[in-house]
Design a protein around this ligand. Structure first.
Ligand code: SF4
Length: 954
């Protein structure tokens, strides 16, 4: 292909002035492939046929027609949960990744990414990254490290695990995940070891919303079909600006372009709120009151879906339980429901929340008019900020139920319909232990593990850990009360061995015994599947260097052979570790790590994924059409749409006998429910219906919450002494271009966002005498931090807000790393539990092989606010209630920007105060937890009973 070439006048001028070299008369003949695509919408993507040999101009040498040849290798982004597709552009000469762009074959992201996807190139080229396994030298936390080999790591850790298993200390082996995203892999490993060792970050993130949804219909999160919605309601602190950002945002905009209207409840005028038709900045924690007022309007005006309500809610159960005197007919149910919510007038909602009654009515009518095409979502935000925040999700879903938009085209689907569950090779049976450090009796309904209370449990002697893996997880910085984490992590009597599996240094890894470098998005295998829209897809995160070498006919055995340095991937790590835990098979563990294709041989990672992909419905057939295996299809395409839509799954027909209860039974198990249209699978709840009335909450000692309810938050206005300078602080939102612990090594991202000022409404700032940039001391229940004020009209008056994304730090003795966004700090424990941190130096990259180091214009790295927060475990959901009641005061003479002070003795007092709010197990039948609610790494059923040896107590 040749290009006739005529320089523009700018180019001619630049040529004449000698600013650029003399341009050729015409571009040389070259063999650039014409840009084609399977889809005309995606015309700017290289055609799939060219992915093995794609040529394009060099960005800096285009004028001379210089081209570069690439192999395009798909993988999946690792920088948030959405799992968008990426294409690594691999230089065919050097084998290096030159850039990441979107993968047009990915059904969730459809070729698009947010800023964090392409910034993966910064992460892999980070000059300070950890390239080899390290072992602590000196005391834990002192900062000394030595390089060791993977063999030594595996042998030493395997020995400790084997000992714990042999000595029946199975609860002492724990894997704690920060960034999850490999479907079922670790569960398979932990079951094989027979340990109840899964811990997650869920209850500092989404446990609140999860319980609210689970109580309704088993599935614990929503999957809105935004693209087809007519009305969208988002309760958002960062929802479409961070969580599932790209797949959701693109579909919301599509709906908006088609005329959909959007309402956003957010105390900030966030990116999401700024695109909305209705911005509803509630007083923090009053969202459920507004939602119930919307429900009341819908009930009073008759703008609800009678067919869905009548057939698919358990309204009869409620009448029977609470109104047995009323004839059990639908009309009576509606009448009683209206009576039940009679107090939730729009005027009440306005008084409580500050949202005008007129807006409440208008939004209710919009939802009624949208009917089944009403999409709604809450994530983090109010559900994770407030005491009783789970009721926000429950009240929001109430509106889906009233409008009949559950599982519909344009409505809101249960997440479980859009999540793929692979068939894995050699699965182990459920383990037989119950780890009370994760699921203590006080929180029988928690979603999920009480992970943020781990240090408090350890410190008060509830147990200890022999081997503790933190996996891409940084609780010292991300969690509340980080100094309590440091106190637990530094104590070998509480945590015997701590191995940090991490792609980059973090504040928690400083307190590890082993720091084990694991890969970024392009350096690891993971099977990924998320409910980004109506449909079901799988994505294949794969080590692109390894795949590149395979394509060149130079396959490697282990991923670290292809990755930079000795950066490994966890999938292979766990196989090798398990093999060494049980080298002769006598513990019964090794067999689960043997090849499904070669008897008695160790499974390879290719075999693991080959086994899974051969069993994905339709995938082998599609691959065969291309003349390749299912595994190779995924290595080449990176993603596969298992289903293109998944509406109304609850109407699937089932066979069985109809019991007196109306449930359909088969083989002694409930498989469905009798509906007007016949026997249907329904929803995975005890009634198989949407549970407006929750017998579970009644049985587990919370009868006051049998129906969706409004619980006053711990930061409710009535809790505030305004004369004393008290404010609710909303710390739950993220900045859309940042990742929790893994963006300080991404220079592009830190360039975009590098500060987290304290948002304060201009009226408050004026009243209190602050202007933007003023230092302010923010006092929490256990200490304080010193921040800078940002006076703005983009926040609700009377409310403060500060992003949780910034304030990363390192001490002088720690390895130099993450320099684009960490401050050097002086950290002192002045007396037992009295911790003080002061910044010594902001961003200053003095020496680096990256030439961009010299172009840094920012010095600020923000303030670490989370570490000054005590734990606030919600008594039902177990969610950490992030919002804080803080007392604001002007900075004191000795205060400096970024100062932090915390007293962990006070932390323990606050922890115990919240513990008193609980109503512990047992529940009915001496159960620790309702059998039907989800639980990660579910043990054998007998373990759900407090005395598993004596199931007769049920
Ligand atoms: S939304 Fe952004 S960070 Fe999240 S997976 Fe997609 S590209 Fe990556």
């Amino acid at each position: 292909m040749s290009h006739a070439f005529k320089p523009s006048w700018i180019e001619s001028t630049a040529e004449n002035l000698g600013i650029i070299p003399k341009l050729p008369d015409k571009h040389p003949e070259h063999d650039l492939k014409p840009v084609e695509s399977e889809s005309p919408d995606l015309a700017n993507f290289p055609a799939y046929e060219d992915w093995d040999d794609w040529a394009e101009y060099e960005a800096k040498d285009w004028a001379t027609g210089k081209t570069k040849r690439y192999s395009l290798v798909p993988t999946v982004c690792f920088n948030c949960e959405a799992g968008c597709g990426l294409l690594a552009y691999m230089d065919k000469e050097t084998g290096e990744v030159r850039k990441f762009e979107g993968n047009p074959h990915h059904p969730g992201s459809r070729g698009r990414n947010c800023a964090k996807g392409p910034a993966t190139i910064n992460q892999i080229n980070d000059t300070d990254r950890i390239l080899h396994p390290l072992k602590r030298k000196g005391k834990r936390g002192e900062g000394g490290w030595e390089r060791i080999g993977w063999d030594q790591v595996l042998d030493e850790i395997a020995a400790e695990i084997r000992k714990a298993i042999q000595e029946e200390r199975k609860d002492e082996v724990v894997y704690h995940v920060g960034r999850p995203g490999h479907e079922g892999y670790i569960e398979r490993v932990l079951n094989a070891w027979g340990v109840d060792g899964h811990n997650s970050h869920t209850n500092i993130c989404s446990a609140g919303a999860r319980l609210g949804y689970a109580i309704w219909h088993g599935a614990d999160r929503p999957a809105p079909d935004y693209a087809n919605a007519k009305f969208i309601l988002l309760i958002s602190s960062h929802l479409e600006a961070g969580h599932y950002f790209n797949p959701h945002a693109q579909r919301i905009i599509e709906a908006k372009n088609e005329g959909a209207k959007i309402a956003v409840m957010d105390i900030r005028l966030s990116n999401t709120a700024s695109r909305a038709d209705y911005w509803m900045p509630t007083r923090p924690g009053t969202e459920a009151a507004v939602l119930l007022a919307v429900a009341k309007v819908m009930l009073d005006e008759g703008i609800y879906n009678e067919t869905f309500l009548k057939e698919w809610t358990n309204w009869q159960d409620w009448l029977k339980a609470d109104h047995s005197d009323a004839e059990p007919i639908f009309e009576n149910f509606i009448e009683k429901l209206r009576e039940h919510y009679a107090d939730y007038t729009p005027e009440f909602a306005e008084a409580e929340s500050g949202v005008p009654a007129k807006t409440v009515i208008e939004v209710a009518r919009r939802i009624g008019a949208a009917g089944p095409q009403f999409a709604a979502h809450v994530w983090r935000s109010a559900a994770s900020g407030n005491l009783g925040g789970w009721q926000v999700a429950r009240c929001l879903h109430f509106l889906n139920v009233l409008s009949g938009s559950v599982g519909t085209f344009g409505g809101t689907l249960p997440n479980s319909w859009g999540k793929f569950h692979p068939s894995v090779p050699n699965p182990a049976p459920p383990h037989k232990t119950w780890n009370e450090l994760h699921f203590p009796d006080e929180y029988p309904l928690s979603h999920y593990e009480m992970s943020f209370l781990l240090p408090h449990f350890l410190k008060e002697g509830r147990g200890k850990l022999a081997v503790y893996f933190t996996r891409v997880f940084n609780p010292v910085w991300t969690y509340p009360d980080g100094f309590s984490w440091i106190e637990a992590l530094r104590d070998p009597k509480l945590i015997g061995l701590h191995a940090a599996l991490t792609p980059t240094w973090n504040e928690t890894a400083f307190f590890a015994d082993y720091v084990l470098p694991v890969g970024h998005a392009s350096e690891r295998h993971d099977l990924v599947s998320y409910e980004t829209h109506s449909g079901l897809w799988i994505g294949f995160r794969q080590p692109v260097h390894r795949e590149f070498l395979r394509r060149q006919g130079k396959p490697v055995t282990f991923t670290y052979e292809a990755n930079p340095g000795e950066v490994w991937e966890e999938d292979e790590f766990w196989i090798e570790l398990s093999w060494r835990v049980d080298p002769d098979g006598s513990l019964g563990i090794r067999k689960y790590f043997e090849s499904p294709y070669r008897a008695d041989e160790k499974m390879t990672i290719d075999e693991y994924y080959q086994y899974i992909f051969e069993r994905v419905p339709g995938l082998p057939e599609v691959a065969e059409k291309e003349g390749i295996s299912a595994l190779e299809y995924m290595q080449r395409h990176g993603a596969y749409a298992v289903e293109n839509d998944n509406y109304k799954r609850y109407l699937a027909k089932v066979n069985g006998t109809i019991a007196a209860s109306g449930l359909v039974e088969k083989g002694g198990e409930v498989v469905g429910v009798k509906a007007e249209s016949g026997k249907r699978v329904g929803f995975p709840t005890p009634s198989r219906k949407q549970e407006l009335y929750s017998q579970t909450l009644v049985d587990w000692k919370w009868p006051e919450y049998a129906l969706p309810a409004y619980i006053k938050s711990h930061v409710h206005e009535s809790e505030m002494d305004r004369n004393a300078g008290e404010f609710p602080l909303v710390p739950t939102y993220r900045l859309p271009t940042l990742i929790h612990s893994r963006s300080t090594n991404a220079k592009w991202l830190m360039e975009i966002a590098n500060r987290n000022p304290l948002w304060m409404h201009t009226s408050d700032a004026k009243r209190l005498g602050y202007t933007t940039g003023d230092l302010v001391r923010v006092n929490t229940e256990i200490g304080h931090f010193v921040a800078r004020v940002w006076a703005t009209e983009a926040v609700r008056p009377g409310t403060l807000a500060c992003s949780h994304h910034l304030g990363r730090w390192r001490r002088p003795q720690d390895p130099i790393a993450n320099r684009w966004g960490t401050s050097l700090v002086d950290l002192k424990e002045e007396a037992p539990g009295q911790w003080r941190m002061r910044k010594k130096e902001g961003v200053q990259i003095k020496k680096s092989s990256d030439p961009d180091s010299s172009r840094i214009f920012w010095e600020d790295t923000g303030v670490h606010q989370n570490i000054t927060f005590p734990v606030h475990p919600d008594p039902q959901s177990g969610m950490h209630c992030w919002h804080q009641k803080v007392r604001l005061e002007k900075a004191q003479p000795d205060d400096e920007y970024g100062d932090v002070f915390v007293d962990t003795n006070k932390s323990m007092v606050i922890y115990r105060k919240w513990l008193e709010k609980t109503r512990p197990a047992p529940g009915p039948d001496n159960l620790r937890r309702p059998l039907w609610l989800k639980r990660p790494l579910r043990p054998e059923t007998s373990l759900f009973y407090l005395d598993p040896k004596n199931e007769s107590n049920k």
